[in-house]
Design a protein around this ligand. Structure first.
Ligand SMILES: Cc1cc2nc3c(=O)[nH]c(=O)nc-3n(C[C@H](O)[C@H](O)[C@H](O)COP(=O)(O)OP(=O)(O)OC[C@H]3O[C@@H](n4cnc5c(N)ncnc54)[C@H](O)[C@@H]3O)c2cc1C
Length: 430
């Protein structure tokens, strides 16, 4: 367990004397608030460039992940990683370990229930090794956390809640609370020239900075679970637009295991949750997919995630950069959210590394603003892409339905169309 006193003597931090309020005050070169999927990955990227990072995370992570796998970002979900994200994990030296619980996607089948249109994408035909890889978040979390703990350049302090954020010309300063082993609150402050807030969709840091959001509630909930089917998945993913909402069926480790992400109208999710609804859920999947995946034989526990799009009005304020879901939370329909965040993180890492090599201020506002500016085109395209898929396929207007059908058919036969979408959707050409 890490105590604030340990942190004060850590080599990555430069402990200062108490502030006026008599709180322990630490000074660190680079601070990340939020150690979810994005915060941990970013810390590893920065560490690889030789930058010392301090990472504060609200959840207390276990010392050893035994049979209690779900924490924070690392829950029952699975994430479709684009080829570019896989390359980034390879460059971090993590892919050989991650691969153990990752499954490649060789084919994608897109269709709408009750309609004739469909489209098929084959990695082979597009000249690709695969369209990407599906990984279990719980495993991703274990690997990232173990690597962060092993890094001499990263100081992870978990079980810490950041409750205040201010900044002046030279520093951003946070105040945080940690419950110690005696159950008492330890309050301390951290001062840094550059702070990255990766504290999720409801980001405390974003609110403390007074940054507004453009929020759209899709009035939908994603039901997430793992199922077993009688037919092997053969590394094929399905995106099916059912009347209840879009349904993704992704291949998982094991021949017949598949991940389900089913978007249903908000308020209807209770009918699918709970062990007593297992058969009802399996029957509904069977109805939606017919025999494409064989018989739906078993289902795991369902988890529900309310879906909204939350876009920060600004991603850089002075010395603070918003990152990950704190900057942009997207609908998961096209599996883009994490992949986009990782591209942001890669560019920010390059920016901060150049600053450090030049011996310049890591929190230089104009440089951070330039980072933000450089990311807007990619972000806007992905945001528009995800949002238009959800809105386009949610609409039951018969003319739109015909357009969708002919669109899917045309997509299946127009040369080059598939490659364009495959490259774009898998984050290869942005
Ligand atoms: C159902 C579903 C399926 C998805 N599938 C895909 C997919 O296939 N592909 C893809 O690319 N993306 C996918 N996504 C998106 C992806 O999950 C997100 O982009 C990603 O989880 C964002 O991670 P994050 O670290 O920014 O945020 P979070 O996971 O929310 O992590 C934020 C962290 O900050 C910590 N924190 C919060 N407040 C404080 C505080 N005050 N002090 C200290 N710490 C704090 C939290 O404890 C948490 O650990 C999916 C999303 C959903 C909902």
């Amino acid at each position: 367990m890490v105590h604030v006193s340990d942190f004060l003597s850590d080599s990555a931090s430069d402990g200062l004397k108490s502030s006026a309020a008599d709180l322990p005050l630490l000074k660190v070169p680079l601070l990340i608030v939020g150690g979810g999927m994005v915060g941990l990955t970013l810390a590893l990227m920065l560490g690889q460039k030789g930058l010392p990072v301090t990472l504060l995370e609200a959840v207390r992570y276990p010392e050893h992940f035994n049979d209690t796998p779900y924490y924070s970002s690392f829950d029952a979900r699975n994430t479709a990683l684009s080829r570019r994200t896989v390359q980034i994990f390879t460059d971090l030296g993590l892919w050989s370990e991650l691969q153990e619980f990752a499954t490649p996607i060789f084919q994608i089948h897109i269709s709408e229930q009750g309609s004739f249109g469909k489209a098929r994408l084959s990695a082979d035909q597009e000249g690709l090794e695969s369209f990407g890889q599906v990984i279990e978040n719980a495993w991703l979390g274990r690997v990232l956390l173990a690597q962060v703990r092993a890094s001499s350049l990263i100081t992870l302090i978990d079980g810490v809640n950041v409750t205040h954020l201010t900044q002046d010309d030279q520093f951003a300063t946070i105040q945080a609370t940690k419950i110690n082993s005696d159950g008492e609150n330890e309050v301390f402050s951290v001062k840094t020239p550059a702070l990255i807030a990766a504290d999720g969709r409801d980001s405390f840091c974003r609110q403390a900075l007074g940054v507004g959001v453009n929020e759209h509630d899709y009035e939908q909930v994603a039901l997430v679970t793992t199922v077993q089917t009688s037919l092997p998945h053969e590394q094929q993913a399905f995106e099916r637009f059912a009347p209840q909402g879009p349904l993704a069926l992704l291949p998982l480790c094991g021949l017949n295991r598949r991940a389900i992400v089913w978007t249903v109208p908000k308020g209807t999710e209770q009918a699918w949750l709970g062990g007593e609804n297992d058969q009802h859920f399996l029957d509904a999947l069977q109805g939606a997919f017919a025999n494409r995946a064989g018989r739906f034989e078993k289902t795991g526990k369902r988890f529900a995630y309310p879906l909204s799009q939350v876009l920060a009005d600004r991603q850089v304020v002075g010395r603070v950069v918003l990152m990950g879901n704190a900057a942009h939370t997207l609908h998961p329909v096209a599996g883009q959210g994490f992949n986009l965040c990782i591209r942001d993180a890669q560019v920010l890492t390059q920016t901060l590394s150049h600053q450090a090599q030049a011996g310049r201020d890591l929190g230089e506002a104009s440089v951070l603003k330039a980072y933000e500016q450089s990311r807007l085109t990619d972000q806007k395209r992905v945001i528009r892409f995800c949002d238009s898929i959800v809105r386009g396929f949610s609409n039951r207007n018969p003319l739109l339905r015909l357009a969708r059908n002919t669109g899917l058919v045309a997509f299946d036969v127009i040369p080059g169309a598939k490659q364009l979408v495959a490259n774009y959707a898998m984050g290869l050409k942005v």
